[in-house]
Design a binder for this molecule. Structure first.
Ligand code: NAI
Length: 341
């Protein structure tokens, strides 16, 4: 089978990880082109990853007849336009989350994707490709928990990443805490329950990092949600986790409950020293979701080769952003937001 030739846009915190995976860990593809506005990142792509062509202009990269697919890992505000341009040029598209920052732009993007059904489109909700989440999903599908009544999610970034986050948020619009971070939890809520969210009430607080006020970002946020069948969901999102990277999900059902990463443990090692009995923690997203990033990229390439669409699609991007934006609005207006109205 011919190798899928991929061009990547964005080689920052996450782009480098995807680029390395595509060039080293995924069979059936070749990373042939890279686009960034940072010259050092393009030098890295050529020297470290053997990329043949580099671009500072995305439009020129997608016009290249030598690429079949693009991987979009640019700042979130660029996703919609870059997806549409790539689709119009006949390329398969993987886009990082969120699919976009405004519902009007996303709706237009969803329509453009729908006009190109033979091109693969995949959105980067990598948690769905994590082994533990997949295991939990199988249990839920097998009815082990009965009917789900409540989902509780924590997604808290390490405080050690604060400096790099403030730089990221200062350089481009992240969409805010709910759109940038809770979107993963919102996707999981929809994925596990197969239900849509109808109402949200969200609140937030900045305490430890006043620099977040300057870039208009929240340090900790929380949201309570009601789904269309009265299932409940509780979210906590944050950027100030002192012990590492805390992603935890709990599902409560009529027959049982389960927790994924009840404590965000790094591995199976327990250290015994002057501090006591210590279970080291997962420290950041590249470490915690290393395999999931590889699995999702592999799925994207296999979808292209097998001419099928992945499970996670543009509609998931639209709905998750709609809910995340409702959380943002609720937090800013201190009102309960009825999404279905
Ligand atoms: P970053 O700021 O570290 O990197 C952005 C990259 O985009 C840089 O290489 C920059 O040169 C490039 N870029 C900026 N403007 C450009 C333009 N006009 N044309 C071409 N390239 C341009 O950002 P980071 O953290 O890597 O995030 C990128 C995306 O990935 C965001 O949408 C973010 O939401 C998403 N992300 C997803 C994660 C996940 O858990 N799935 C984790 C981290 C980020």
């Amino acid at each position: 089978m011919e190798k899928v030739r991929v061009g990547i846009v964005g080689l920052g915190r996450l782009g480098k990880i995807h680029a390395k995976n595509l060039s080293e860990a995924i069979q059936g593809c070749e990373l042939v082109a890279a686009c960034s506005v940072v010259p050092a990142e393009l030098t890295y792509a050529v020297e470290e990853l053997g990329v043949q062509e580099t671009f500072t202009d995305y439009q020129k990269m997608v016009e290249s007849p030598f690429i079949d697919a693009v991987f979009i890992v640019s700042p979130s505000g660029f996703h919609c336009e870059q997806i549409q341009v790539a689709m119009a040029h006949g390329k398969h598209v993987f886009s990082e989350k969120p699919i976009g920052l405004s519902i009007a732009d996303i709706q237009q993007t969803v329509n453009v994707i729908a006009e190109h059904p033979s091109q693969v489109f995949m959105l980067g909700f990598m948690r769905r490709y994590d082994e533990s989440y997949q295991y939990a999903k199988k249990l839920v599908e097998a009815g082990e928990l009965g009917e789900i009544t409540l989902v509780r999610c924590y997604g808290i970034d390490p405080s050690s990443g604060m400096e790099s986050f403030v730089k990221f948020a200062g350089a481009s619009d992240s969409g805010g805490l709910f759109v940038d971070m809770s979107i993963h939890d919102i996707d999981l809520i929809r994925w596990f329950t197969k239900k849509e969210v109808s109402k949200v009430w969200a609140i937030g607080k900045n305490a430890a990092y006043p620099e977040l006020d300057k870039v208009g970002e929240l340090e900790t946020g929380a949201a309570m949600m009601q789904l269309e069948d009265n299932t409940m969901a509780l979210l906590v999102a944050g950027r100030n986790c002192q012990h590492g990277y805390h992603v935890e999900t709990e599902l409560i059902g009529t027959k049982g409950m389960l927790r994924i990463a009840a404590a965000p443990e790094k591995n199976l090692v327990t250290v015994m020293n002057q501090e006591g009995v210590v279970r080291p923690c997962s420290q950041n997203f590249p470490e915690r979701f290393r395999e999931a990033f590889i699995n999702e990229a592999r799925e994207f390439i296999q979808c292209i080769q097998e001419k099928r669409q992945p499970e996670v699609n543009a509609f998931d991007g639209l709905q998750s952003t709609r809910i995340a934006l409702a959380c943002k609005k609720s937090c800013e207006t201190n009102q309960l937001v009825d999404i279905l109205k």
